[in-house]
Design a protein around this ligand. Structure first.
Ligand code: ADP
Ligand code: MG
Length: 359
């Protein structure tokens, strides 16, 4: 067994190149037991390649992968305690749900009554009891997804690898299945590594996540860490909505942007030259005549009013950024109809709420 401090799975400087291109470039990660870990990145960033190397379907060009401290490179895919669930689910079309789920245990030639017991338990966990005798073509997309999960989980792998598991589902069902996956992972208590290109999905599901860009880990941390403290422009932009204000560092905790001097959080003088401020839409305030105090204020003009129900996003052109700043105002706090395209507006934020990015 694993002691609590040692990671379950360690990737040490793992790279993979195909001919000219480098799909995965020097990735080091440590994934803990029972963690729900997400690999997040745009298409082509190397997520699937990384997962296939973990499963053993690809061999790293360099670097090593350790499970419980042991190098797993000599272990063939079918003997690794890591199970990859394919996006296509690959259910057997002529078998019913119960037989699909039992298949892996049948192959292991386990005693009949043990198989029956484990399948019953898994049908209950995956909430599939009432569908046990249906064939895959008699199920909805979400139900098929649950069968595929049940089939992978019943073999009790140490780690379940999922490549865009919800990619084929529509938005409503995706959101439901995100919570379902989290519940299953919690209940069964095994490590999940889920690949997704959907940042919201990663934020909802993951205990920790790694953001990949061009085969490299751009940043790794909890959803809150990545949202609150993005380390570079890519992560700030990829996760959630960020306003990026590009500027030039001035002496003191100041920058110059579009002819205006803005205050920044206490930042070492070494961070100099072209830097950016990342500012979340909910951190910007619309300043009225009876102004709350902010240590930064800019004048602008509303160029778009986007109503989202619970809140409204105002797009505001200002001198400090080439792109309009997005400001989230809550509909309960402001009368939505009081904002109109073209109207002048004053925005403010506190320097402690803007992250300084040098990369
Ligand atoms: P993602 O899953 O993040 O979309 P992939 O891991 O599939 O990214 O691909 C990463 C990069 O590696 C891409 O540029 C892709 O074209 C390339 N690649 C992936 N698999 C192969 C392969 N078998 N042969 C050649 N290039 C590949
Ligand atoms: Mg992929």
């Amino acid at each position: 067994m694993n002691n609590n401090n040692a990671p379950l799975l360690t990737l040490d400087k793992v790279s993979k190149s195909y001919g000219h291109g480098q799909a995965v470039n020097n990735v080091s990660l440590a994934i803990r037991e029972n963690e729900f870990f997400a690999l997040l990145g745009p298409s082509g960033s190397g997520k699937s390649t990384l997962l296939r190397m973990l499963a053993g379907f690809e061999t790293p060009t360099s670097g090593s992968i350790f499970l419980d401290g042991r190098d797993i490179s000599p272990i063939p895919p079918n003997r690794r305690p890591l199970n990859l669930m394919f996006q296509s689910y690959a259910l057997f079309p002529t078998m019913n749900v119960r037989d699909n789920i039992a298949y892996g245990l049948e192959m292991e030639r386990l005693p009949k009554d043990e198989i029956a017991q484990r399948v019953d338990a898994m049908l209950a966990t995956a909430q599939l009891q009432e569908f046990a005798s249906r064939r895959p073509d008699q199920l909805s997309g979400g139900q098929r997804q649950r069968v595929a999960l049940a089939r992978a989980l019943i073999k009790r792998p140490r780690v379940l690898l999922l490549d865009e598991p919800l990619g084929a589902l529509d938005k409503k069902l995706r959101e439901k299945m995100q919570l379902e996956l989290k519940r299953l992972q919690n209940e069964i208590g095994i490590t999940f590594i889920v690949v997704t290109h959907d940042q919201e999905e990663a934020l909802v599901m993951a205990d920790r996540m790694a953001v990949l860009k061009d085969g490299q880990v751009s940043q790794c941390g909890t959803p809150t860490e990545l949202y609150e403290n993005p380390r570079n422009r890519f992560v700030a932009d990829f996760i959630g909505v960020s306003n990026l204000i590009e500027g030039t560092r001035l002496p003191g905790n100041l920058i110059e942007a579009g002819g205006q001097t803005l205050r920044i959080e206490p930042t070492p003088e070494e961070v100099s030259g072209q830097i950016a401020l990342a500012l979340r839409p909910e951190r910007l305030q619309v300043l009225g005549p009876t102004t709350r105090t902010c240590d930064n204020e800019v004048n602008g003009q509303v160029v778009e009013v986007a109503y989202h129900g619970l809140d409204t996003n105002l797009h505001v052109s200002t001198p400090v950024s080439g792109k309009p700043l997005i400001v989230r105002v809550s509909s309960s706090e402001h009368e939505f109809s009081s904002f109109m395209t073209g109207m002048p507006i004053r925005l403010g934020w506190n320097s402690q709420h803007a992250r300084v990015l040098s990369r």
